[in-house]
Design a binder for this molecule. Structure first.
Ligand SMILES: NC(=O)c1ccc[n+]([C@@H]2O[C@H](COP(=O)([O-])OP(=O)(O)OC[C@H]3O[C@@H](n4cnc5c(N)ncnc54)[C@H](O)[C@@H]3O)[C@@H](O)[C@H]2O)c1
Length: 254
């Protein structure tokens, strides 16, 4: 029961990592889980799967100020407080050289992956402060630590969240708010299927083998392994950790 009495907001809550984290947080005694994602149907399905009265949700676009204000308020209305903010919603964009990369996709990737995190802290900090402090966890990527050709917007966005995380950690410390970022290598879920197909159209399995070959532990991570790290950062076990860049990558960046 490492999260007893805690209320957590999870963005990208209907996706692979977000939903696995919601499941684990509930198991660890969370008092409330507020899922945020784009589509009502996906959120409904996620809530149905979790089948727990401690789950609520808001359909919102994390890149829009009014939507972020709304999901924050709805979580407060439903549960009375927010202790943990898992800013995890993200999009991969497309796989194309910079010279061919569509401007619209660049703006979308930066809007969700960067502005979405900034807005999450902007609206979430007052709630966490009121709760006496809390933990913000940002899902970046190994793409925030090193370059990869042909995913320039994604790579840029995941580097940028480190700046946001460090700013948040310094501004949050006097308020008792810790802010850290996690940096997964490929995780075995929808996003990697999309990227494998983007890197090697029609030969996704080959692309997967190539990526696995770059990871010293020889495999992709799982949604559940990402959830385990989010749990540690959400719980008091990590109480002296803030401002940290934490790879969870099977040794990829070693
Ligand atoms: N899958 C991987 O290999 C991998 C590796 C490193 C980092 N990440 C990061 O992990 C995070 C979670 O992704 P995932 O792997 O669970 O993939 P996913 O696609 O299953 O989940 C992402 C979720 O974010 C939601 N989302 C997208 N745009 C949104 C918006 N504007 N507003 C609200 N929600 C929005 C999607 O609907 C989806 O449910 C992302 O930030 C991703 O970049 C993933």
């Amino acid at each position: 029961m490492r999260l007893e009495d805690r209320v957590a907001v999870i963005t990208g809550g209907a996706g692979g990592i977000g939903l696995a984290t919601a499941r684990l947080f509930l198991k660890e005694g969370a008092a409330g889980i507020h899922l945020v994602d784009l589509k009502e149907e996906a959120l409904e399905a996620a809530a149905e799967e979790l089948a727990d009265e401690r789950v609520a949700w808001t359909a919102a676009d994390v890149s829009m100020d009014a939507d972020v204000a709304r999901y924050t308020q709805e979580a407060l209305d439903r549960f009375g407080r927010i202790n943990v903010l898992f800013l995890n919603a993200g999009v991969e964009g497309v796989v194309k050289p910079m010279t061919e990369y569509p401007e619209e996709t660049y703006d979308q990737v930066m809007g969700v992956n960067v502005k979405g995190v900034w807005l999450g802290m902007k609206h979430g900090f007052p709630a966490l402060e009121k709760a006496g402090g809390g933990s913000v966890i940002i899902t970046s990527s190994v793409a925030g630590l090193q370059g990869t050709p042909n995913v320039s917007a994604y790579t840029t966005s995941k580097h940028a969240t480190i700046g946001l995380m460090r700013s948040g950690a310094l501004e949050g410390a006097p308020l008792g708010i810790r802010v850290n970022s996690i940096h997964p290598s490929p995780v075995d879920n929808r996003m990697m299927r999309s990227l494998e197909e983007g890197f090697a159209p029609g030969a996704a399995e080959e692309a997967k083998k190539g990526f696995e070959g770059m990871i010293p532990l020889g495999r992709y991570g799982t949604n559940e392994e990402m959830a385990d790290l989010a749990l540690f950062l959400a719980s008091d076990e990590s109480r002296f950790i803030t401002g940290a860049v934490i790879p969870i990558d099977g040794g990829l960046t070693a």
